[in-house]
Design a binder for this molecule. Structure first.
Ligand SMILES: [Ca+2]
Length: 291
């Protein structure tokens, strides 16, 4: 199965990805300042220009917010970003020095958009602003699909960890992408305590669910094979009424993906307790699946 087919939505709305530049027209008369403020002129863009969002705690969608100095003066620009509640953004300000250069040099920053599970479906307008320039990024909040037998119960649910390294996201291990080739785009969890074990990584399910199978995708790419960089020893634990119980153990692993099957049991959360990795320093989980 391709990573994409594990997702709740087909690759967001990348097709709407045309760069929407809201910059003032670059007139033939040569970069006149439309605001009369001394030649400063900053354009805005968003890529993609619209988003589909399934409101789950660990299922953000991302767009690139871009500023470009189309004027003839160097500027220090502040982009403000706002979203109507309960839609939330990973940043509300994007500031950058924008030298006047030919050709124009766009500067971009990723913005994650999330919404809580009970968000009513509909369109929510994220608004970007620099000076008097404005750009709207519509976020279409979709209904949350019902999870049934055979579905990955961990997908998009609230992940947690004993620690998380640098700018990795704790949600990367439940984002539906198990492809180690995408590790550099942070689609995985990396713990933050080098050479200290155990580490733990888990997911809280939306409600108590019957579980009997857990699949761990650890880092396993051409450059970073599992035998060198993946998880080696871990326990699979389920939580019931607040108490953790070990239901499976994996030791001496060198494979990229390992499925543990156990007697079906009711669980409100599932976690891995990691005792060792093959490089002896970090625990790396590209994706945790619960069935
Ligand atoms: Ca992932």
């Amino acid at each position: 199965m391709s990573p994409r087919s594990r997702r709740l939505l087909p690759a967001a709305t990348a097709v709407v990805a045309a760069l929407v530049i809201a910059a003032p027209a670059d007139g033939a008369a040569g970069r006149q300042d439309p605001h009369g403020s001394g030649g400063a002129s900053v354009g805005l863009a968003a890529e993609p220009g619209a988003l589909d969002l399934v409101p789950l705690p660990c299922y953000p969608v991302t767009f690139q917010a871009t500023m470009v100095n189309t004027g003839r003066q160097d500027v220090f620009a502040d982009m403000t970003l706002t979203a109507p509640a309960p839609v939330a953004l990973s940043r509300d300000l994007f500031s950058s020095y924008l030298p006047a250069e030919e050709p124009d040099q766009p500067v971009s920053a990723p913005v994650e958009v999330t919404a809580p599970r009970d968000t009513p479906p509909g369109t929510y307008d994220v608004r970007l602003a620099v000076d008097r320039e404005r750009l709207t990024v519509p976020v279409h909040v979709r209904p949350v699909p019902e999870k049934g037998p055979g579905d990955n119960l961990a997908l998009g649910e609230q992940a947690f960890a004993s620690s998380t390294h640098g700018n990795f996201s704790v949600c990367g291990g439940v984002d539906g992408n198990p492809d180690s080739a995408d590790w550099s785009t942070l689609t995985g969890w990396n713990d933050g305590t080098s050479r200290v074990f155990p580490d733990s990584y888990g997911v809280r399910l939306d409600q108590p669910r019957t579980v009997g199978e857990v699949t761990v995708h650890t880092l396993d790419s051409e450059r970073n094979p599992a035998a060198g960089f993946g998880l080696r020893d871990w326990d699979v634990q389920v939580q019931r009424d607040g108490a953790w119980r070990t239901v499976a153990e994996v030791r001496g692993n060198t494979a990229g993906a390992v499925t543990s099957r156990f007697e079906e049991t009711e669980a409100e959360a599932v976690q891995l307790v990691i005792h060792a990795s093959n490089d002896g320093s970090y625990s790396r989980v590209v994706e945790l699946e619960v069935h």
